[in-house]
Write a protein that binds this ligand. Structure first.
Ligand code: NDP
Length: 336
């Protein structure tokens, strides 16, 4: 199959810093970009050597492209994805897939109806560290899973302290930004998330936007015929000196991943069982976004599945939405 031709929807930081390079690394072409602003579209195309730019999504969808990568403002993802799918384009959409679960559900249904690939650009589930953790769990290396703990407390880089902190901006806040990523890792590992309780606060002096910048969440997972599993997450924009990690505890052992949640990980996976503690070899040399783009390309070619399918993106969103609702209401929120 010839290399994919991509259109970019959104002149974003993540496209500029990660995804354009990842697309190129798969041997694919980027035809151009659409932005809400003609000037930003033009400047972005010039900075990244993209042949075309436009401020009109319909124009981009008329170009000779196979797939779009959506990294616009979160409030635009749903409408843009639906328009792209209706135009016959495969869609790699940034997380959160949409602002509401029913929107994300509609995106998934439309992709299924049209036979096109819809994937969420969660970069962590495809990480070799998390793939290995899932393999170990599936192989029974730690027995029956009981609980998991994610530490994903980081310091938000200054250049990203815009819409993420804006109270009233749809899709802003640490839960939609980071808890959503945690859920993309925990769901395929632990099963069906059914209940979520969260607390969120504002901590940073530099956070003038008003939105919560730190949250702790507890998620209950249930699987047929098994004891419930509890997962706990600590997500923050305000912690500058901590390492991220994931721990998974089972009846017969514990998996510990150090540097588990970062974009560039040298991560280490440690397995402790009755036989002792050992480091499990995992090759972390490949860029996580390249892994995601490769998996997406394989899905388009019919030879693989995305690292995070549209449905995975929907389930991650459901957990984040439940956490957000819980943090506001002070109650446990149940997920259907
Ligand atoms: P940016 O703020 O860089 O870009 C978001 C949108 O804002 C752009 O698409 C652009 O919209 C608009 N924009 C960009 N620069 C300006 C500006 N100077 N003035 C006004 N508007 C501007 O966001 P991010 O790259 O941080 O995030 C984009 C998406 O990617 C989000 O959905 C986010 O959740 C997701 N993300 C995912 C990550 C991952 O690892 N999977 C990591 C980081 C972000 P337009 O071009 O339409 O005008």
């Amino acid at each position: 199959m010839p290399a994919l031709k991509w259109g970019l929807i959104g002149a974003s930081d993540i496209a500029a810093t990660r995804v354009i390079a990842a697309i190129h690394a798969t041997g694919a072409e980027v035809a151009g970009v659409v932005s809400g602003s003609p000037e930003r579209a033009r400047d972005f195309a010039a900075s990244h050597g993209l042949p075309r730019n436009t401020a009109d999504l319909d124009e981009l969808l008329d170009w000779d492209i196979d797939a779009v990568y959506i990294s616009s403002a979160n409030a635009l993802h749903f409408d843009q994805a639906v328009r792209a799918l209706r135009a016959g384009k495969h869609v790699l959409c940034e997380k959160p897939l949409a602002l509401g679960a029913s929107q994300a559900e509609a995106m998934v249904t439309l992709a299924e109806e049209t036979g096109l690939v819809l994937a969420a650009n969660h970069h962590l589930p495809g990480s070799p560290l998390h793939v290995k953790a899932r393999e170990l769990v599936a192989a029974g290396a730690i027995g029956t899973v009981l609980s998991a703990k994610v530490a994903h407390a980081v310091l938000l880089p200054e250049r990203l302290r815009g819409w993420r902190l804006g109270q009233g901006i749809p899709g802003s806040g640490v839960i939609m930004d980071i808890t959503c990523h945690d859920a993309s890792v925990l769901n395929p590992l632990l099963g069906a998330p059914v209940a979520v309780t969260a607390l969120a606060v504002r901590q940073a002096g530099w956070n003038t936007g008003g939105q919560e910048d730190a949250a702790m969440t507890v998620i209950r997972y249930e699987n047929d015929g098994q004891a419930p599993v509890l997962a706990q997450t600590h997500d923050s924009f305000t912690v500058g000196y901590a390492e991220t990690s994931l721990e998974v505890h089972g009846t017969d052992g514990t998996i510990q991943i150090i540097d588990a949640m970062t974009q560039d990980t040298k991560g280490q996976l440690i397995l402790t069982t009755g036989d002792g503690t050992r480091s499990v070899d995992v090759d972390c040399s490949e860029d996580l976004y390249v892994i995601g783009l490769r998996a997406f390309t394989a899905a388009v070619e019919g030879t693989g599945v995305p690292a995070a399918t549209g449905r995975d993106g929907l389930m991650a969103l459901k957990v984040a939405l439940a956490a957000q609702e819980s943090a506001i209401s002070g109650r446990t929120v149940h997920i259907n």
